[in-house]
Write a protein of this length. Structure first.
Lengths: 300, 220
């Protein structure tokens, strides 16, 4: 009985002493968090041409800037609204009187940019180009890219070996996914769409939780090492820091298709642009809020 | 003779309250106990804040890489070691200048002014009130700040013959005296990406957390 009484008193006493002590020095938890990201010098629309060259060490040694463009994509970003449109352009599309991919071979990235600007009537701010190996390394630095394989892809030429379903691809697998057109019923249209899937998937990876500021800078370092571009280090940093702040739901992928034709005996594509360049020119990027005006995303 | 339960408990209560009162008197009279941070004595009405010791910063370059695209051509990029050393030294100076102005120097501490010397133009343009607080611009008045030296690590990316980006991570731990109470702990943990701008290294992107549990109702 006495012991119980002592316990009650001790508990009350301890509580009293603590309360009185704290009343003299009540500490208010005060945590301030800062996530400061630089503003863009260029507001609103930023358009970057992404090029995948078929030349480059070690697969096909040579200067990647003077190969054929196997992958051609325009990424248009509203840096203020944080929305983006990725336009996938088939390599056989007729642009400037010839296949668009040949402009890289004949005049490098600058010529390809000029020709696309003229065709789309859209100002392209920067270009960035990589090789097969460069793309492998970038996908590895991302820790893989999530893609959905909608049909069996088993192709000796590209090295693809995927069953239908969700896959996280990196290195040679990512490259094979980007290159395989034989497994696709729509051939090069499907391959071009897959390349766009990889771009959108890469963006999704950098929006994942747990990627810190230092990780993003490291990633930009890897990107710089494995690409050629006209983007300076600081501008690349700012682009890299913007990317995670764009919600994947605010990114639209438009895979262009067109009518098959021949030009000088070669198979070509007469593009159907479906108004996508008009929209970009008007600064209207990202998923449309007006379904009737939205370009069809998937190729057929 | 047995004592009734209620009366026995009453005695214990009386004794306990006497002990508590004695203990509290002792606590208030003696001040901080052994091992507690030794703060300055509270300022009188005419007093002014005491000078604090400068914060020393040492940066260790833990990782150095290149942004040159030599790997695209199957080659390894060379690292300009001298440029890296120079950049580390200059960033160290920039960080030390900021930390001292932000937390130590009486005229500027906890104000917005030190941020002008820290941030790039683009980072300044993106600065919000919330971001200012995490960087120490709390708009408070304190009596003294005692900091441990700051040991930071840095990752450097080079481009050509120059350093291009320096990412610094550090923890600042200090004791802040408001004058009314015992010193309270300040902890700032930050990652800052420095870029060269107009011949100086400026922070272009920052993740920071500042924890400063201030006494309620105090001078701060």
């Amino acid at each position: 009985m006495m012991t119980e009484c002592l316990r009650r008193v001790a508990r009350a006493l301890a509580g009293t002493v603590v309360a009185v002590l704290l009343s003299g020095t009540v500490l208010a938890s005060d945590v301030h968090r800062t996530q400061l990201r630089p503003a863009f010098d260029r507001d609103e629309l930023l358009v970057v041409l992404i090029i995948g060259s078929d030349i480059g060490w070690p697969y096909r040694p040579g200067d990647a800037r003077n190969g054929n463009a196997d992958a051609i994509h325009l990424v248009a970003v509203d840096t203020v609204a944080r929305r983006a449109t990725v336009v996938d352009i088939p390599r056989d599309s007729v642009v400037g009187g010839t296949k668009v991919n040949a402009h890289l071979l004949t005049g490098g990235p600058q010529r390809l940019r000029r020709q696309l600007e003229s065709f789309a009537q859209v100002t392209i701010d920067h270009w960035m180009l990589t090789s097969f190996r460069g793309f492998e390394r970038i996908s590895e630095a991302l820790g893989g890219i999530d893609v959905v394989v909608d049909r069996p892809m088993h192709d000796e030429a590209s090295g693809s070996d995927f069953d239908p379903g969700a896959h996280r691809v990196e290195g040679k697998d990512a490259l094979a996914f980007a290159r395989d057109r034989h497994s696709m019923p729509d051939g090069d249209f499907g391959r071009t769409r897959h390349q766009g899937d990889l771009l959108v998937g890469a963006h999704r990876r950098v929006t994942a939780d747990g990627i810190g500021l230092a990780d993003l800078v490291d990633l930009m370092g890897t990107l710089a090492r494995h690409t050629a571009s006209d983007i300076g280090p600081t501008q690349l940093l700012r682009m890299g820091l913007l990317a995670p702040r764009i919600d994947p739901a605010a990114v639209e992928q438009v895979s262009l298709t067109g009518r098959l034709d021949t030009l000088g005996g070669a198979s070509v594509v007469r593009l159907r642009t479906r108004g996508v360049f008009d929209r970009i020119r008007a600064g209207d990027v990202g998923p449309s809020t007006r379904p009737s005006a939205r370009p069809s995303a998937p190729a057929t | 003779m047995s004592v009734p339960r209620g009366r026995r408990c009453w005695k214990v209560w009386t004794f306990a309250l006497l002990v508590a009162a004695t203990a509290l008197v002792f606590v208030f009279v003696s001040g901080p106990g052994p091992g507690a941070p030794t703060g300055p004595s509270a300022p009188d009405a005419a007093g002014s804040p005491e000078p604090s010791q400068p914060i020393r910063v040492a940066i260790d370059a833990t990782d150095v890489g290149s942004m040159d695209n030599d790997p695209l051509f199957g080659e390894d990029a060379e690292i300009p070691d001298r440029a890296v050393d120079t950049a580390i030294m200059q960033v160290e100076h920039a960080l030390e200048t900021y930390l001292n102005a932000q937390f130590v120097t009486q005229a500027t501490r906890f104000s917005e002014q030190p941020l002008d010397g820290l941030l790039s133009r683009q980072a300044s343009a993106a600065l919000s009130d919330d971001a200012r607080a995490g960087l120490g611009a709390l708009g408070i008045s304190v009596w003294q700040v005692d900091s441990e030296p700051v040991a930071a690590d840095a990752r450097v990316l080079t481009r050509g013959d120059d350093a291009a980006l320096v990412t610094v991570r550090y923890d600042l731990r200090a004791q802040v005296s408001t004058g009314d109470t015992d010193p309270v702990p300040l902890h700032q943990q930050a990652t800052m990406v420095f870029v060269p701008q107009d011949g100086q290294w400026r922070a272009d992107a920052i993740d920071a957390v500042l924890d400063l549990p201030l006494p309620t109702g105090g001078r701060a």
